[in-house]
Design a protein around this ligand. Sequence first.
Ligand code: GBH
Length: 511
Amino acid sequence: LRSADSGVSSSFPSNFLFGTASSSYQFEGAYLSDGKGLNNWDVFTHTPGNIADGTTGDIAVDHYNRYQEDLDLMSRIGVNSYRFSISWSRILPKGRFGGVNQAGIVHYNNLINELLQRGIQPFVTLTHYDIPQELEERYRAWLSPQIQEDFRYYAEVCFISFGDRVKHWVTFNEPNVAAIRSYRSGIFPPSRCSGSFGNCSHGDSETEPYIAGHNMILSHAAAVNLYRTKFQVTTTHFPPRMLGIFNLLMKFNVQKEQGGSIGLVLNALWYEPISDSTEDQLAVERALAFFMNWFLDPAIFGRYPEEMRQVLGPKLPEFSSYESRLLKRIGLDFIGINHYTSFYIKDCMFSSCEQGPGASKTEGLALRLEQKNGSYIGEPTAVDWLFVYPRGMEKIVTYIKERYNNVPMFITENGFGQTRDILNDVRRVDYMSSYLDALETAVRKGADVRGYFAWALLDNFEWTSGYTTRFGLYQVDFPSLKRIPRLSATWYKNYIENFIFKVATRGASSL
Ligand code: GBH
């Protein structure tokens, strides 16, 4: 077992954020409390057959009511940041087609204030898969450009209400996963897919993921543009000598400068080519383009990756030149990376492939494999998609650093799932320790990484797996909802303590 101290010094900067991550639907419960509207996941989990163990997030781990206790657990670990998401339908039960639910505003105000009192910075995601059901029913949500106006309006309510205290905003959690699972495989609401991609009665797996993704990118842009022009800094200053009635008027019109930053979180897999052939290496580039750069290229360069344009042709929507310029101009303050695992990739463009994930044109003609010559890319785990391959952390961070000109990065999720109750979770400790070491290596080589969030503080509702898969540093017993520390909670506490010690004694060895 690795100790929490893997060296005399740390490569992370002294203001590095260490935290845990969560999301509203997976943690909060209280699905009908205090005026919250129904969201797409409420409806989906209440439809039989969608969730492995037939459970819902109605109660989840009751974080809505127990947040003070949970913040105390965070204080005990010693984190300086907490990543959580706001439930859109708790703030706007009917989107922009109804009022603001004040009780929702009060709840997140309390949460944020209690965090700040404990010296923990809020790191806030606007949407982590859950959206008001109203938007599905009115215009099919992400399939309609109308959602851009809803998202912009929701973002504005959040910036006005919480932006004086929230200095890290994320527009979307994993729009790549959301678009694929909702519109290609159909395993997330609104359960749309076609052909061999899944078992759905509506949808088109070859086009709808890209339409939804397009509307997500433009919704993201609308929120970032709003933040830049109205909240982040006041851009409309006239020179002081012209200070007069105009600036005075602007003072009343423009919000106080909030000075925070805004970014986007992607799920990022690392890929190793199954062979050294040029074809397989090109396939790795396509796999990255079709999963991650699909969103990052537009958000930073204002256009889709060339590989996608080539393979998809007219099935990929286009940005107008106005949209493209806007995206490029507003850019991103940081990239959030949710990284857990890696896969091998085999080319399916120049050679033929058996069926499998990635093998179709829609997925980039890059077949995703778990094994090479009969051995796994990394130690398999109880979670079918999770293999322990710490080198992938170093490589994905380095790849993003190089492609996007070393834009600041946060590891917004990293964690280890188990399917049984294990308090002595040595495998989770080993996983976190080795992934953090690999992250340090990337930082030592120049990557601008500013924080790490463990998924998750508590066991929680793991989407279609229900409560069968457990990612918590704390075990949650059901139905009592009692929180019990695992070994990993103590290990993370020691790791952070050691980091603080190393930072405090930095440079001391050279004296
Ligand atoms: C994250 O999703 C979520 O943000 C978080 O809510 C969730 O609880 C956490 O991870 C743990 O699952 O088998 O083709 O899907 C990660 C979802 C699942 C996306 C695995 C990438 C791997 C390839 N990821 N998936 S595939």
